[in-house]
Design a protein around this ligand. Structure first.
Ligand code: GTP
Ligand code: MN
Ligand code: MN
Length: 416
């Protein structure tokens, strides 16, 4: 081994679930490049290639300092030949030819635009692309028969592609809490997904619902959805039942990581008006921002009544633009937000919490670690020890990490 300018790191473990991966890191130029290639591979349904680029990017996200030269990467895991080539190119030239070609390619742009429609996956988008459909407008004009999800996805396309802010997530949380408590007092609601990992924006808002008395949560989702629908909070919803109760297989069949909770994919109608409880949160947090930091430059949207809205700053401008231009009827006092709801029995709560907090790569790495290093099967329902042929109970995420022989990684460090 030649002596090199190695990073001041003793060694970096190879599974992302063994590392701390904060949201903000030192190598965004490199990880942005690799993420484009990962996305392109996923859109081309080349999952293996996508995972390889994602693992390489995640490794770079976990490094304690900026990589300035390829020689610093010697001895680091997760960097395949292709990823290394891209990294070297970006380090030397500032850009990667392959990344540039990808971002400018008609196919990549079209696939991104089409899969950006809620309810449209890579397969469908690819079929449409081959028919010459490149944009949501092309699709609209094509006269294709769309399912309910896709119709909603097209109708709210611009809004659903605007990032959801933390303030909006909190506002949605209040509505979900009202709905859940109206139909099942004592139920517990937890914000999961990217917001639990500390992200300031997301593509949706995810919630996990449970009740301390096991069994009380059964059949909860349809009741919550009915309440929300009656109150006019839902623009779209698709609820899927709890197949674990229907099938009599016992908890989480080891070989499957298919999710079998009651869940609901939905689109909420979030008021951006000063009426209703949701705006209260926005106003409070906005005032908080102002008084703490004196951010006079932050603009709020103004509703028809001239009251300040939830959204602030650049985001407000984008919302204003979208709502002002996509609706002929003038400015609106609400926006569409994607919301995922999951109901879990109390005994499975820790597994559901761990499984739904993400990131997607972190979850994948946890399962890979469990299988390959521990001969265990991890799902969002349970952890099965194949050597002892038994399920391992856990009432907290910490206990699951302990069962897996891993150091506990808090949600804010699971941004792999
Ligand atoms: P943004 O929403 O883009 O901000 O990021 P996110 O990390 O919240 O992503 P997303 O909402 O897509 O998913 C949140 C977590 O739920 C991720 O860890 C996913 O792995 C997990 N998840 C999503 N869908 C499923 C599913 O069908 N089954 C299981 N078990 N987990 C899922
Ligand atoms: Mn999410
Ligand atoms: Mn989600």
């Amino acid at each position: 081994e030649k002596p090199g300018l190695e990073l001041a790191v003793v060694s970096v473990p190879s599974y992302a679930c063994q590392r701390h991966t904060p949201l903000l890191h030192h190598n965004t130029t490199l990880t942005d490049a690799l993420s484009i290639l990962a996305e392109n591979a996923e859109l081309s349904e080349n999952e293996g290639r996508g995972v390889a680029f994602r693992r390489a990017a995640a490794l770079l996200k976990s490094l304690p300092q900026e990589v300035r030269g390829a020689e610093q990467l010697r001895g680091l895991p997760c960097l395949g030949e292709h990823s290394l080539r891209v990294i070297k190119e970006v380090l030397e030239d500032g850009v990667s030819h392959e990344v540039e070609t990808t971002t400018h390619s008609e196919q990549f742009k079209a696939m991104k635009a089409l899969t950006g429609i809620f309810g449209v996956g890579a397969k469908t988008a690819d079929r449409w692309f081959r028919e010459g459909i490149h944009t949501p407008s092309d699709l609209q004009r094509s006269g294709h028969t769309l399912n309910r999800a896709q119709q909603a996805g097209l109708q709210y396309y611009d809004e659903l592609n605007l990032p959801v802010t933390k303030a909006e997530a909190v506002a949605i949380g209040q509505i979900v809490e009202r709905a859940v408590h109206a139909v099942l007092p004592g139920a517990e609601i937890t914000l999961i997904g990217g917001f639990r990992r500390g992200k300031q924006t997301g593509h949706d808002v995810d919630f996990l619902i449970t009740h301390p008395d096991e069994g009380r949560e059964e059949g909860l989702m349809p009741k919550v959805v009915s309440w929300l629908e009656a109150q006019g909070f839902l623009l779209y919803q698709k609820t899927t039942g709890n197949s674990y109760l229907e099938s009599k297989e016992g908890p989480a069949r080891p070989a499957s990581n298919m999710d079998r909770f009651e869940r609901c994919f939905s689109i909420f109608r979030l008021s951006t008006d000063n009426e209703g409880t949701e705006i209260q949160t926005g106003l409070r947090s906005r005032r908080g921002l102002r008084s703490r930091r004196g951010l006079r430059s932050r603009r709020g949207l103004r509703s028809r009544r001239g009251m300040t809205l939830v959204v602030v700053g650049d985001h407000a401008q984008k919302v204003s633009w979208v709502l002002g231009h996509s609706q002929c009827s003038g400015p609106r006092s609400w926006r569409a937000v994607r919301v995922d709801l999951v109901v879990s029995p109390y005994s499975q709560f820790a597994f559901a919490l761990l499984g739904w907090t993400g990131s997607k790569l972190f979850e994948r790495e946890l399962r890979r670690w469990a299988v390959h290093e521990k001969a265990m099967t991890l799902s969002s329902h349970a952890l099965y020890d194949r050597k002892r042929t038994q399920y391992l109970r856990a009432s907290s995420e910490e206990e699951i990490f302990t069962h897996l022989g891993l150091e506990y990684i808090p949600p804010c460090d699971r941004n792999a």
